[in-house]
Design a protein around this ligand. Structure first.
Ligand SMILES: [Zn+2]
Length: 100
């Protein structure tokens, strides 16, 4: 293979890698945005703890709270993906409270 063709092949591979990373980034953002919209309604505006749900922003699984409510952080939710069990008050939990 000539040097020119090798260079073209390298550029094509680089473009493929960039496109793959961009597609993965868009999917991650779409999952996060879905969780943010869901959690805005069902994590904080739920009419009772019994109906409260939290959507994991990484896998979009929906969880009921653990049954535990603390004085400082409110409803506690189970662990999912790499998010540990606990409250869901910050933006990384795909909730609006962390945007302040
Ligand atoms: Zn998850």
């Amino acid at each position: 293979m000539s040097k020119f063709r090798e260079l073209i092949a390298i550029f094509r591979e680089a473009a493929r890698v960039v496109a793959t990373k961009e597609a993965a980034r868009k999917l991650t953002k779409a999952k996060y945005d879905a969780a943010l919209a869901f959690n805005t309604i069902w994590t904080y505006d739920a009419r009772s703890p019994i109906e409260a749900r939290w959507m994991c922003p990484l896998c979009n699984s929906v969880h009921k709270f653990t049954g535990e409510i603390t004085a400082f952080t409110g409803l506690q939710f189970p662990a999912c993906c790499d998010i540990p069990e606990g409250h869901r008050q910050y933006k990384q939990h795909a909730t609006p409270l962390g945007q302040r």
